[in-house]
Design a protein around this ligand. Sequence first.
Ligand SMILES: Cc1ncc(COP(=O)(O)O)c(C=O)c1O
Length: 387
Amino acid sequence: MNDAPIYLDNNATTKLAPEALEAMLPYLQEQYGNAGSAHLLGRLAEGAVVNARAQLAGFLGCADAELVFNSGGTEGLNHAIRGVFEALPAKRHFITTAVEHSAVLAIADWLKRQGVAVTLLGVDREGRLDLDELAAALRPDTALVSVMAANNESGVLFPMAEAGALARAAGALFHVDGTQAVGKVPMDLSRLPVDLFNLSSHKFHGPKGIGALYARRGLRLRPFMLGGGQERGRRGGTENVPGIVGLGQAAALAGQELEAMDGRVRALRDQLETGLLARVEAIRVHGAGAGRLPNTSFISFQGIEGEALFLKLSDRGICVSTGSACSTGQREPSHVLRAMGVPAGEALGTVRFSLSRFTTEAEIRKVVELVPELVAELRSAGAMGRR
Ligand SMILES: Cc1ncc(COP(=O)(O)O)c(C=O)c1O
């Protein structure tokens, strides 16, 4: 493999933006103070945290004080969901969807073991949420409704404004997992009926291991980690100053790049889909009939294993992801495709391509050229095997 890798797995993680790295470097080198120290280096670090918080708040349309820096998406989900049930012990019902990230589903299982009733809402064939089903599921003892803004596999967008309005009308709090949507579609929390919202920096060209939780002003959120009172007592532990600075810078850049996401990146994604649909028979783009992220394409290739295509692409330096997960040594269709009602055989033939603002047209042309060849090879090998 001589060429540079072609990276089309941006929903898993993204390349660090050079500007974010540059902003972080001083805080990894000479300005290494603890943001809680009152001396010169401490104050410089604290100033950097204040600045990054303002950058992120400006990007999201919220107040600086409504943001808690943390270690990323998984921590934000745990803090938000478990925090609500700890704060509202009289309310014992949780509503979420069957297609959430595995972290939410694991938390839902944990809540069940604590005696909380859990409702998992389904989705239709295109991956869309049914708001009538949500309305019917709400109960007087529903503490929290939690939905993702965008699905990590299919890219399908959920109607946050409508779902939040229903939750609030029923007296429930509303949480949104914004991990996949931030940096890909506009997000203005000042206009959304959202109480809690979490994000992760490495999904939008910031560093890994840093994220934030938005908690609406007035919401009494229990600390996720008891400690030294950092983050207004909501998350103990010395602040990850370089990470926070990188996150702030990545957020500011993401704000400037939203137009390119909706324009250039969407056009490249569409070029990929149109090219493959024209050249490969018996394929299906999941969620194509729904509102989707502009960077995501989740495609089933009938008659082949997605894993086999994934490996062939990987051998040629093309990084994608599959629509299956390995559990107990066997490949299982993803829970998202299962919830969408995709037959297991078809689901196992699914590959996800996820683009970023660093994706080039030459890369997409190369993939559109190569994938049909590889699919044909795999299909004929499969046909030989069946003879
Ligand atoms: C929708 C969604 N939520 C949460 C997470 C977890 O984020 P993190 O990797 O920052 O813990 C991910 C990461 O894949 C995700 O896609």
